[in-house]
Design a protein around this ligand. Structure first.
Ligand SMILES: Nc1ncnc2c1ncn2[C@@H]1O[C@H](COP(=O)(O)OP(=O)(O)O)[C@@H](O)[C@H]1O
Ligand SMILES: [Mg+2]
Length: 215
């Protein structure tokens, strides 16, 4: 029995951390073993790269930013994701390659062709089985991150145009991969968002159980 791979996406303040916890508990209640990871990060090297990317004081060119994202991702995939899925566990990851298309593609303006070349190299044969995009107007998201009270990172300090481009890129990705990517209106209350997340999750998990029973 192989495991499965779920990613949660969305801008800062969309509610990823909040709903990852909910998904984690939901799966644990069904006796699914869950490995939690995040991007950039997850591994020791990945977390060091995260620090550079989110809190580094030096200027980084857009291309280097993209390459570092994929370098951290390579470690995450080889050290954590592939072994966990091979063991039959579920991997739950806070952001993955869709975020590179949204932030470095939509936000920074790097071509999708370039990102896709890196994607093919780093994980051509491995895609998330389910991706939940939490979609929220940037004003709402910005207010939430302010209320959260943590120091802002390099991406949170970006312009409104950047954040709107990120949001739109996620929507475009979801239209392109409707079977894998599910967009949820995350502007509603936490309870309402949870309920939408649960519907998507139940649907996915039921299909996965049926597929596994066949093999
Ligand atoms: N649907 C929601 N309604 C109101 N507040 C929310 C909602 N979802 C998350 N929050 C709050 O907004 C803040 C940011 O949420 P968080 O899960 O940390 O977002 P992210 O991980 O996507 O940056 C947190 O303080 C969280 O409690
Ligand atoms: Mg978070």
């Amino acid at each position: 029995m192989t495991g499965f791979f779920i990613t949660v996406e969305g801008g800062d303040g969309a509610g990823k951390t909040t709903h990852l916890k909910f998904i984690h508990e939901w799966l644990q209640n069904r006796k699914v073993k869950v490995l939690l990871s995040r991007e950039p990060g997850g591994t020791e090297i990945g977390e060091s790269i995260r620090e550079l990317l989110l809190h580094g004081r030096r200027r980084i060119t857009d291309e280097t930013e993209l390459l570092l994202m994929f370098a951290a991702r390579m470690e995450n995939i080889e050290q954590l994701i592939r072994p966990a899925i091979a063991r039959g566990d579920c991997v739950l990851c806070d952001r993955f390659t869709d975020a590179s298309y949204a932030y470095q593609g939509g936000g920074r303006g790097i071509s999708n062709v370039r990102i896709s070349q890196l994607e093919q190299w780093v994980h051509g044969d491995l895609q998330p089985d389910l991706t939940i995009v939490l979609d929220v107007p940037i004003e709402t998201a910005m207010k939430r991150t302010l209320d959260r009270g943590e120091a802002s990172d390099r991406f949170e300090r970006e312009s409104r145009d950047f954040k709107n481009a990120v949001r739109q890129s996620y929507i475009d990705r979801a239209e392109r991969f409707p079977d894998r990517i599910k967009v949820i209106d995350a502007s509603k209350s936490i309870e309402e968002v949870e309920s939408s997340v649960e519907t998507v999750l139940l649907d996915f998990y039921t299909d996965w159980q049926i597929d596994n029973a066949k093999t």
